[in-house]
Design a protein around this ligand. Structure first.
Ligand SMILES: [Zn+2]
Length: 429
């Protein structure tokens, strides 16, 4: 490649990166005017105009005039750039221990429609689960004629997922081992003809909470997710920690009691086997596999001041505090967020967790960390699955085909230029 080719290649790369930054900005904030975009991205207005025009030609964004004009500004009010409701979107799927859920999610994290079926997926057959998922999702897709164009499918699974190919190595809560879930789902939704991405539930919840929920604005964030098992997602310096194959963050399987109960993973005394849902229910005298109903019953008893329920919860809080203290010492997070089961029992576990942190975390990192609960609720998993599915598009918006030629200098810009030129002439004259 000659120098000219190299320069052109570098320019194309800069443009691709700027298109991605602009779309990412709209994805995490609100509709913004071109000048707001220019200021936030440190780009000049003509570059922003050209990037917006390309995203519009790919039918990802559109421009709309603000309804109220700003009285001080000369000429017409500046139009805002917004994400199109019929632009690209994802089909998000959540396979949990006690339910399967799905949603169509547009850019900007907008849930356009969602559905859910309460069904136990414990010891389920993956092929049957995917077939049932197909039956659940078809009506959802049919209900959205003018909704987003589905460009990818994102799937949340409570287990170890290999990031390269979406292979579920192990999902103890579902009784799955070596399941090619990505292929199964791609076959079921063959007609959509879109790529499928699979992620670990706690990792996906963490990325959604980091982007739009309790972790927003933090650089170092940990989300502990208890739903059936116990998982965690760890954000280090703004990025989700994946490990070499995507298996990182299995906080639930750190040994806290060498002679403790046998865990689903085959080891003894893992944090999950001490403070997970089953352990909590067993300790309170309930059926460890009682699921949501047993858990509601336990919380109801605690609300009434039942001593057995309160002490079972306090014991779980203590174990959780021991686990969190270790994480605080290793990762020095700004914030630790509790989700799933732990968000529901938070009022009962907060004090014992803080007590253990006081005892076991080093004073300096402990003083920096906030303990909170998730903000996105059960939607965190679906929003996280959608983020995973939309990541390639956000990284390179040019994968959406051009539907029309991008305008070199579009109408709004010309009108504004004329208005400001006229204003200038009046001021001079
Ligand atoms: Zn384990």
């Amino acid at each position: 490649m000659g120098i000219r080719g190299e320069v052109e290649g570098a320019q194309a790369e800069i443009r691709r990166r700027n298109l991605s930054r602009l779309l990412q900005e709209l994805h995490v904030s609100r509709p913004l005017s071109r000048s707001e975009l220019a200021a936030r991205l440190h780009l000049d207005r003509s570059t922003v105009a050209s990037l917006v025009s390309e995203l519009a030609a790919r039918r990802i964004v559109q421009e709309r005039r603000r309804s109220k004009s700003i009285p001080q500004s000369p000429g017409r009010p500046s139009p805002v750039v917004e994400l199109r409701a019929d632009g690209p979107g994802a089909l998000a799927v959540d396979l949990a221990t006690d339910w399967m859920g799905a949603a169509v999610v547009g850019l900007g994290g907008k849930v356009m429609a969602s559905t859910r079926r309460d069904v136990s997926l414990c010891n389920s057959q993956p092929e049957k689960v995917v077939e049932d998922l197909g039956a659940l999702v078809r009506p959802l897709l049919a209900s959205l004629e003018n909704g987003p164009r589905i460009v990818a499918i994102g799937v949340s699974v409570p287990g170890l997922v290999r990031s390269g190919d979406g292979h579920v190595h192990e999902a103890p809560a579902l009784g799955w081992r070596d399941v090619p879930i990505r292929e199964l789902i791609r076959d079921e939704f063959q007609d959509l003809n879109v790529p499928v991405f699979v992620g670990n539930d706690a990792d996906l919840a963490t990325s959604a909470e980091h982007l739009r929920g309790s972790g927003r604005g933090t650089t170092d964030f940990i989300c502990i997710w208890g739903e059936g098992g116990l998982g965690a997602g760890i954000v280090v310096d703004g990025r989700l920690l994946a490990g070499s194959a995507g298996y990182a963050g299995e906080v639930g399987h750190v040994t806290v009691d060498p002679d403790g109960d046998l865990c689903h993973c085959g080891a003894r005394g893992c944090l999950e086997s001490v403070v997970g849902e089953e352990a909590l229910l067993r300790r309170s005298g309930r059926d460890p596999l009682g699921g949501t109903a047993a858990l509601e019953d336990l919380i109801g008893a605690a609300d009434r001041g039942d001593q057995a329920a309160l002490s079972a919860l306090a014991e779980s809080g203590r174990g959780l505090g021991i686990g969190i203290a270790g994480l605080v010492n290793i990762f020095n997070p700004n914030r630790v967020s509790l989700g799933g089961l732990y968000a529901r029992v938070y009022p009962y576990v907060r004090a014992p967790i803080l007590r253990e942190l006081e005892k076991r975390a080093m004073p300096a990192p402990r003083a920096m960390v906030d303990l909170v609960t998730v903000r996105l609720g059960a939607n965190a998993l679906l929003l996280g699955a959608a983020e995973l599915a939309l990541a390639p598009l956000l990284n390179d918006p040019a994968i959406m085909p051009l539907q029309q030629e991008p305008a070199p200098n579009d109408a709004i810009d010309t009108a504004e230029a004329l208005a400001s030129a006229a204003h200038g002439m009046l001021a001079q004259g």
